[in-house]
Design a protein. Structure first.
Length: 237
């Protein structure tokens, strides 16, 4: 119980420290903000991982090719998937998540200020505006991170993939990078507030080109990415 309390205390402190600095940079030193945003996000996720006693292993990191526009898709088991990916990437990345994230004190404000996108699915116009922002981020050479299952798996088994990430990649003609995440469910399961020490493994697959693809190819691209993630989870690829 003491370890769990320490993990949460560390996460709260990291959120106030890194998130508060992000908001401060945004308003007080806007010219330096973009340069510091990724650093602050990576700092936050790294502190949260360490506070939970979570170790990170990244396999095939050379396949990430950071600095180019690309869509990274991963399986989703735990909140610690976000911490693991943020710690693994650290450079020019943005998450696309649910609008509910904006309602979290400090985190919500900092979440969007550092370049992440929250999509309000109940407001079509707002959702379209958010997706246009994603296009701009891809043009800037950022890695857009999405969980195509749309929610965390309660069992660890991959759920059905939604098509948004793949349509986005096809529209922008950028590669899709399949990534498999293991071990995070053992750190924190969906529906549980308990946090346990453990090892998170992020395995990066070969980028899949979308050059020449159209929206008619979205299902095939989704299946190809799902198969690639499954292979990575099985120790292949």
């Amino acid at each position: 119980m003491i370890r769990v309390a320490w993990a949460y205390a560390t996460m709260v402190a990291a959120t106030l420290y890194s998130g508060g600095r992000a908001v401060l940079y945004y308003f007080a030193w806007p010219s330096h903000f973009r340069k510091r945003a990724d650093q602050l996000t990576g700092e936050w996720t790294s502190i949260c991982m360490k506070g939970a006693g979570a170790r990170l292993i990244v396999r095939n990191s050379q396949r990430l090719n950071l600095g180019r526009g690309q869509v990274l898709v991963a399986n989703h088991q735990s909140w610690f998937d976000i911490f693991a990916l943020g710690t693994a990437l650290r450079h020019k990345f943005s998450f696309v998540g649910k609008q509910e994230l904006n309602r979290i004190p400090v985190v919500g404000a900092a979440w969007q200020k550092v370049g992440n996108i929250a999509i309000d699915r109940s407001d079509r116009e707002a959702a379209i505006e958010s997706l246009q922002r994603v296009d701009e981020l891809l043009e800037e050479g950022r890695t857009i991170i999405m969980f195509p299952e749309g929610t965390r798996s309660p069992t660890g088994e991959m759920g059905r993939f939604k098509k948004g990430a793949f349509m986005m990649a096809i529209k922008s003609q950028v590669p899709v990078v399949p990534v498999a995440i293991e071990g995070t469910r053992g750190i924190m399961k969906k529906g549980s507030w308990l946090i346990s020490p453990g090892t998170a493994t992020v395995s990066v697959g070969c980028p899949i080109s979308t050059e020449g693809l159209t929206v008619r190819d979205r299902n095939r691209l989704s299946r190809e990415c799902r198969e690639a993630i499954t292979s990575l989870l099985n120790g292949e690829g």
